[in-house]
Design a protein around this ligand. Structure first.
Ligand code: ZN
Length: 346
């Protein structure tokens, strides 16, 4: 067996690979934020090389690294997640070092959790996630009453918001922007900082077309695993990456990765001028149920004021792009108009 770890940093990703004696089995490698395809090819190349000597490769990420596993598993790699209680302390901004991630699986294979495309990055932690969300209801209600949290806009007017998470992600972001252009419909993009850093042209196109660019964290972490400083740094660094490309887009609107939250996380978010944006329409486009199924789910679930959650990032989003004309035409037929989240009547 060979063990690789993938760390994220303020600029991209780092990979380390260990053999069964804990020695480097390949030179450490770094990849800039936009070079996820090269990172994937690197690991696939190593996997083939190790297979020649009868060894397989497993790869470990941590719970603060939510944007890679789906694509890596689809490419044929075996992914595991290491949770904070089996890992050393993280640096102020970044995941645990790549070598540490590889080492934890080498030391104790039971300490890491096998991931699948179906379960996603947080496989095995859904009970905790639901408990955390339940415990957050009073804090969230308070935020809703003070206008600092949205599940939807007001229900009296037939205005809805299309939102796209996890990008920018060429070529799918561009295909989605093409459709929005064709219908002259505004949307909101909740961007991941690592992707914003890498794909400036997409951000420029969003801004030029008048779409809202909002914050979806730097590395798509499971927020309840982070300290206050880490949560705030995830938001601030993402704001900076976006502002560097296209300037600031008004007061911060933030969508927590996975909708994850705890009373603590919500308290930290309300210290700043952050509005938490959730959703009430979820067609599960990330699971790729087919473009028709995505369109149908949106049309069935949408009500006046709806916040519609779709994805331009996180993998192959051709189904989302293919579904979008049907979504827009279906909603226009039903008398809806579209607004950015920051213009949705509340
Ligand atoms: Zn997301």
């Amino acid at each position: 067996m060979r063990y690789s770890g993938i760390a994220w940093t303020g600029t991209g990703f780092e990979v380390a690979v260990l053999d069964e004696d804990g020695r480097p089995a390949a030179p450490p490698a770094r990849f800039a934020a936009g070079r996820i395809r090269a990172l994937t090819e690197h690991l696939l190349g190593l996997q083939r090389e190790f297979a020649d000597t009868g060894e397989s490769l497993l790869t470990v990420i941590d719970s603060t690294n939510g944007m890679l596993d789906g694509g890596l598993m689809s490419a044929g790699l075996t992914l595991y997640r290491a949770d904070p209680w089996v890992l050393p302390q993280r640096p102020a901004f970044g995941s645990v070092a790549a070598e540490e991630l590889a080492a934890v699986a080498l030391r104790d294979p039971d300490a890491v959790v096998r991931l699948s495309v179906e379960t996603g990055t947080l496989g095995g932690r859904s009970a905790q996630m639901i408990a955390d969300i339940d415990a957050s209801v009073p804090a969230l209600d308070f935020m809703r009453r003070s206008g600092r949290c949205l599940f939807s806009g007001q229900r009296e007017r037939p205005v809805v918001a299309l939102t796209f998470d996890d990008g920018p992600n060429p070529p799918y972001t561009g295909r989605i922007l093409d459709v929005l252009d064709r219908y002259a419909v505004p949307a909101t993009f909740f961007c991941v900082g690592l992707h914003a850093l890498a794909h400036r042209a997409e951000l420029e196109r969003m801004a030029a077309a008048g779409h809202q660019i909002a914050n979806h964290s730097w590395s798509h972490p499971y927020l309840p695993d982070l300290s206050r400083g880490e949560v705030l740094a995830q938001l601030e660094r993402t704001d900076e990456a976006i502002a560097k490309a296209v300037g600031s887009d008004g007061p911060r609107m933030f969508r927590p990765p996975y909708g994850s939250r705890t009373p603590d996380v919500l308290r930290w978010l309300t210290e700043g001028e952050t509005t938490v944006v959730l959703w009430d329409v979820e067609p599960s486009d990330w699971a790729r149920p087919g473009a028709d199924a995505i369109t149908r789910a949106v049309l069935e679930q949408t009500r006046p004021g709806s916040l519609i959650l779709m994805h331009d990032g996180g993998g192959d989003r051709s189904q989302t792009a293919d579904a979008l004309p049907g979504v827009i035409e279906g909603l226009l037929d039903r008398g809806y108009t579209f607004a950015r989240v920051d213009a949705l009547p509340t």
